[in-house]
Design a protein around this ligand. Sequence first.
Ligand SMILES: [Zn+2]
Length: 233
Amino acid sequence: MKKQIGNIIDLFYPRTCRVCGRMLLTHEEFLCLHCIHNIPRTDFHKKESHPMEQLFRGKIDIQDAYAFFYFTQHGDYRRLIHNIKYKGEKRCGKYLGSLFASELLKEGKLQDIDIIAPVPLHHSRERARGYNQSEWVAKGIADVIGKEVYPHLLCRRKKNESQTHKSLYERWLNTHSAFYVQETSKIKDKHILLVDDVVTTGATLLACAEALLKSGNCKISLLTLAITQQNNK
Ligand SMILES: [Zn+2]
């Protein structure tokens, strides 16, 4: 019966792969198996030194830094992030969070994480969008590693002005004090996995990690779904 209803729903909302556009098979969700196989994975967790770790080296003490795939300006996988951010596909964010966490877990990673904290959106932006995409990625990870997500552990102080034309240092200054920790008692002696959708300059993650480290004795690891291709050196 459930399957029949599923088939009827599919008639009205054809289930297609978000990357290649092909029809999905019954057991597939959001991506076809072919496109899952071809995700442009960074495999940073298999490397000692990598572009994401280099973004934070010398600035802040990070345990591990993970990014699922490369985000290129014209790549097919760019659409995934766009849909998660702007087209309401929060469940696709959750799905990718779970997929990446499963792969990391198989490699023996994420085992000593205690809690998961998404990078917060500004209140007005979250209200307008209806959700925080990073929180949904965090939920997907939580399903796999069995740890709790604290969506309001970190808060944003003020809305950042557009940063497109600013230098890295200006961006860093702009976001430097934009975050504060709301529930400091929750982070004591914890290893926190800080989650965002994409990392570009690292300024936002840096500001969040600093706020956490300043607020209590904790350890930080970072996880994003994507890293922009300019960091692929
Ligand atoms: Zn596909």
